[in-house]
Design a protein around this ligand. Structure first.
Ligand code: AMP
Ligand code: ZN
Length: 113
């Protein structure tokens, strides 16, 4: 846990968030600035700065499978959805706590910008 990390503060309940799913290892909440009708962030409860810092394969898998479960509960399975992990400056990572973006509910362009 990091005192100053925004997403650690959401995990601790110090900052409000629209939580959509929680389990012992992950928390998922709606992005504050959604880029699609469904835009959920899935994070590990423990502080991991980025995918590049991740060492726990099971935890990364749990985060990804939580995203797939939310996609199902959000009704995205049939139409499809995208999962994105931005890592580092060139990818535009702004919050340095590992998070998977789950995006869906509209046609998504490829490649991303
Ligand atoms: P990234 O640019 O990949 O690091 O993504 C960070 C995401 O966190 C952005 O999509 C932001 O809109 C989102 N975000 C920032 N602050 C909050 C917050 N307090 N609650 C929910 N989402 C947030
Ligand atoms: Zn953190």
């Amino acid at each position: 846990m990091s005192d100053s990390c925004l997403f650690c503060r959401i995990v601790r309940g110090e900052i409000p968030a629209r939580i959509v799913r929680e389990d012992d290892h992950t928390v998922a909440f709606r992005d504050i600035d959604p880029k699609a009708p469904t835009h959920v962030l899935v994070i590990p409860r423990v502080h991991v700065a980025s995918l590049g810092e991740a060492r726990d394969a099971e935890l990364v898998g749990r985060v990804m499978l939580a995203a797939a479960q939310i996609a199902e509960s959000e009704g995205l399975t049939e139409g499809g959805y995208r999962t994105v992990i931005n890592t580092g400056a060139d990818a535009g990572q702004t919050v340095h706590h590992l998070h998977v973006h789950l995006l869906g509910g509209r046609k998504l362009n490829w490649p991303p910008g």
